[in-house]
Design a protein around this ligand. Structure first.
Ligand code: C5P
Length: 226
């Protein structure tokens, strides 16, 4: 449909989400947080007690994924709010339990297929910033600018720890670090849409770098693209 698309892929905690929402605000473009879609699937499946290893449960989850009643509320500076059938689930989908469920369901090809068209539908004028794992490789292979945002697992664990501590959530740095390694391994080794940079992606490593510095790099690439 011709609307310009910029993709940001990479592992969790690398800073993609922060960069993606800052860019969407600056450019006045739409923002697709594709991870939120997988998190919603995880939440729905958890609530329904579905097991990703059971074929019948998978079929139920696929149906539920096709029918998800989702509203992304416009970002007013504090981040996008997510509603599921009217319920504000913005915070609950960020819990570790839902993160884990999301990455387990995300390995299922039928779940990924069920979410495919819905993700492409976000590409409308004036343009789309798409944040995820397979935005540049699978969902928007023709994207105008592809970024792969990464950071060391230690740094990503420290960021997550700081974020949780800031929210007064009891957190354990070691455990977070181990969970990050586990989730990375699962995302990178799955058969369908594994996490990897697109051949034509610009790789940006944000380890030891401020958000402002990473954002400046990204702005430079956007400007180069014209
Ligand atoms: O980015 P976020 O941490 O919110 O993503 C949650 C989970 O959803 C990831 O661990 C990953 O397994 C999955 N995901 C995916 N493909 C995407 C976005 C997220 O498989 N495009």
């Amino acid at each position: 449909n011709g609307a310009p698309v910029m993709t940001l892929d990479g592992p969790g905690g690398a800073g993609k989400g922060t960069l993606a929402s800052a860019l969407a605000r600056e450019l006045g473009w739409w923002l697709l947080d594709s991870g939120a879609l997988y998190r919603l699937v995880g939440l729905v499946a958890l609530r329904a007690g579905l097991d990703a290893q059971t074929a019948a449960d998978c079929a139920v989850a696929v149906d539920a994924s096709r029918g998800l009643d989702i509203v992304f509320e416009p970002d007013r500076g504090a981040g996008q709010r997510v509603r599921l059938a009217g319920e504000d689930v913005t915070d609950v989908i960020r819990t570790d339990e839902v993160s884990d469920a999301a990455s387990k369901w995300a390995v299922q090809p039928a779940i990924r297929a069920a979410l495919l068209e819905r993700q492409r539908d976000f590409a409308t004028a004036p343009g789309l910033i798409a944040d995820g794992r397979d935005m540049g490789t699978v969902i928007f292979p023709e994207a105008d600018l592809k970024l792969y945002i990464t950071a060391s697992p230690e740094e990503r664990a420290r960021r997550r720890f700081a974020q949780l501590s800031g929210q007064n959530v009891d957190a354990n740095l070691d455990r977070i670090y181990r969970e990050i390694l586990e989730r990375d391994a699962r995302d990178a080794s799955r058969e369908v849409a594994p996490l990897k940079p697109a051949d034509d992606a610009h790789v940006i490593d944000t380890t030891g770098e401020s958000v402002a510095a990473s954002l400046a790099k990204v702005r430079g690439l956007v400007r180069e693209k014209g």
